[in-house]
Design a protein around this ligand. Sequence first.
Ligand SMILES: Nc1ncnc2c1ncn2[C@@H]1O[C@H](COP(=O)(O)OP(=O)(O)OP(=O)(O)O)[C@@H](O)[C@H]1O
Length: 238
Amino acid sequence: MKNMSLEEPAVQFDQVSLSYGLDQDVLTQVSMELHARSFTLLTGPSGAGKTTLLKLAYLALLPTSGNISLFGVNTGRLNRTGLAKLRRRVGVVFQEFRLLDHLTAYENAALPLRVVGEPEKHYRDDVIELLRWVGLGDRLDARPETLSGGEKQRVAIARAIVGKPDLLIADEPTGNVDPEMGDRLLRLFQELNKRLGTTVLIATHDQDMVKNAGAEVLRLADGSVMHQVSNRPSFTIS
Ligand SMILES: Nc1ncnc2c1ncn2[C@@H]1O[C@H](COP(=O)(O)OP(=O)(O)OP(=O)(O)O)[C@@H](O)[C@H]1O
């Protein structure tokens, strides 16, 4: 077991600002840290910049100024290859699922392994096991159009975690499901965090999730002010 105090933070923002084009900053000098193995919810009003912050954390956007480090690596110093390598340590569940319509649930979940050239015989059993774990053992061959919102979300979660990421980022994962499914998805994320030690960061409007998760809550307001709503020191704000 690694000594947590010696582990680098999973995510570190140092005075990060982001503006789209010439528009005013969406995020202004945001500094925050997510400790390795922490479970954090990111909340705040619509338009506050939650998706933007997540995109920065999964390296889909580069900051206008400031530094972002993942797992102790300063991303500002990396070239494209270095960024791509680091990005493979991050699993993402997108707000709008982004499943491929012509692939089955099994094929969608296995896609990250297929694209890096992993032979199917190495991963087939693991992917099936993973889909069983998310409750889709009987929908392996179903295509997205025949799946409910909650089922699609669970395929997207399976795809995000199939490569055993060190960091899992999810954008409004319960936005399209009923409260019961929302609870179920929250439990999946919590189990992943506890069993594998995956650092989890979830953006959500879902106040039930905020109430039930017993997690750190990071609140984003006006793109610049972040509050910690918890006593546990899973991240620090400056
Ligand atoms: N690609 C873009 N180009 C220009 N402006 C953008 C772009 N993406 C987001 N914005 C703007 O940045 C601001 C923050 O958007 P963002 O999607 O990060 O907020 P959010 O907190 O995730 O909102 P919501 O809760 O509604 O999803 C908004 O004013 C939005 O219009």
